[in-house]
Design a protein around this ligand. Structure first.
Ligand code: THU
Length: 147
């Protein structure tokens, strides 16, 4: 585990974690996302009594940032009170990749352990909008060849 070199963003995620609404799992998560201009957006997990409607801290944070107009991001931090550092779930990896790209993901716990991983390592061979664009182009090329 590395020394803590991301203090600002980890502190923001730790503070956000205190707002977690994790009534069912008791697993409180905080996240913080730094935009290109240095603004740090934060979020926590929010659980629903209809369990599947629960939203992870990372996605709450990304939705907050995007809905306030931010579009480019530098790094994201995730803080959970676990000895083994908790990485983003699969759904969050997809959303981080789509909206933030290959940014560093800073994992931290409340004991001061941290580790930074790159999104490309967390989500190898990702699916994204480029596949849809390529499929469009291929359909257009096929239609052109037939006419
Ligand atoms: N959770 C997150 O907020 N982020 C993750 O990446 C992992 C899981 C939340 C969802 C749910 O409220 C609780 O942790 C247990 O899964």
């Amino acid at each position: 585990m590395s020394t803590n070199v991301e203090t600002d963003i980890i502190e923001a995620a730790t503070a956000a974690r205190n707002c977690a609404l994790a009534l069912f799992s008791k697993f409180c998560v905080g996240a913080a996302l730094e935009a290109e201009d240095g603004t740090i957006y934060t979020g926590c997990n929010i659980e629903s009594a209809a369990y599947e409607l629960t939203m992870c801290a990372e996605r709450v944070t990304i939705w907050k940032a995007l809905s306030e107009g931010a579009r480019k991001f530098k790094r994201i931090a995730v803080v959970v009170d676990t000895n083994r550092l908790t990485p983003p779930c699969g759904a969050c990896r997809q959303i981080i990749w789509e909206f933030c790209g290959d940014i560093p993901v800073v994992l931290a716990n409340l004991r001061g352990d941290t580790e930074t991983l790159q999104m490309a390592a967390l989500l190898p061979r990702p699916f994204d909008g480029k596949f849809l664009e390529e499929a469009d182009a291929e359909r257009e090329a096929d239609a052109g060849a037939k006419s």
